[in-house]
Design a protein. Structure first.
Length: 117
């Protein structure tokens, strides 16, 4: 007996397809709504103070951070505190700060983006 592969609207065969599309839509929308990482730093005298966090308001504690010179030399490194903060002495050269919360959650902040107090 041959198998009938013809699609006929109104036969009920569209329900599994619609359920699949609804499930797929729900899964992809939750991925699209994932939070991003933020980093804000300010400099007062020779001390740079930074605070990290996620766009949904959650803390960014115990995340690795690095201060890197423009010629790719590692100047400082560490982990954020339980309050998502870290600080370091301002280097005597141009630099940027890199904080990594895992795949898709990396933030880079250039010296020109640091607020001067």
């Amino acid at each position: 007996m041959p198998v009938n592969t013809e699609f006929r609207p109104g036969t009920g065969k569209t329900l599994p397809v619609m359920q699949f599309l609804l499930l797929l839509s729900a899964l992809t929308s939750s991925i699209a709504m994932a939070h991003s990482i933020n980093l804000v730093c300010s400099q007062s005298d020779k001390q740079v103070s930074c605070k990290g966090g996620f766009s949904d308001g959650s803390e960014a504690s115990n995340l690795p951070w690095e201060v890197i010179s423009y010629d790719d030399q590692l100047l400082y490194q560490g982990h954020t505190s339980n309050r998502s903060e870290f600080s370091f002495q301002a280097p005597g050269e141009d630099f940027y700060i890199l904080m990594d919360a895992g795949p898709g959650h990396v933030v880079e902040l250039d010296i020109t983006d640091i607020e001067q107090n």
